[in-house]
Write a protein that binds this ligand. Structure first.
Ligand code: NI
Length: 140
């Protein structure tokens, strides 16, 4: 038996989409306005889904207090009001919301052990969202 728990969090951060492996012209052409040197901000909505057995004693997959304190301390406080481009998390990757999902997933996968991490979903705007559920093979 496997049950799922999804919890939402919010934080704000800025980024500039720019890849060192492309020329300035390619960057402008691929990323458009998102390549603007001054960057821009988003109010991200993060959804974390964890899975596990429902414990007989508590009737829960995991305690929300444990999930909240972990995500607040290791994800929300880590990224909130930061410039994603200068964080060590993105020293080798472009801080797209795809890669932000992967970073958040990896933080959870490494440090949160009260339930198994199933999926991370990130709303960047009203019109787009991204999901990551592990198992990435880096495309080059
Ligand atoms: Ni953006």
């Amino acid at each position: 038996m496997k049950a799922y728990l999804t919890r939402r969090y919010k934080f704000s951060a800025s980024h500039r989409l720019h890849s060192d492996s492309m020329s300035d012209e390619e960057n402008r052409s691929v990323y458009g306005k998102c390549n603007n040197p001054h960057g821009h901000g988003h109010n991200y909505t993060l959804e974390v889904t964890v899975a596990g057995q429902v414990e007989q004693k508590t009737g829960m997959i995991c305690n929300l207090v444990d999930l909240d304190s972990f995500v607040q301390k290791n994800v929300v406080q880590h990224f909130d009001h930061e410039n994603l481009n200068v964080l060590a998390d993105f020293s080798a990757t472009v801080p797209t919301t795809e890669n932000l999902c992967i970073e958040v997933y990896n933080i959870l996968e490494e440090g949160f052990h009260h339930a198994s991490v199933e999926k991370v979903r990130m709303e960047e705007t009203m019109l787009n969202s991204f999901e990551y559920a592990g198992g990435r093979e880096l495309r080059t």
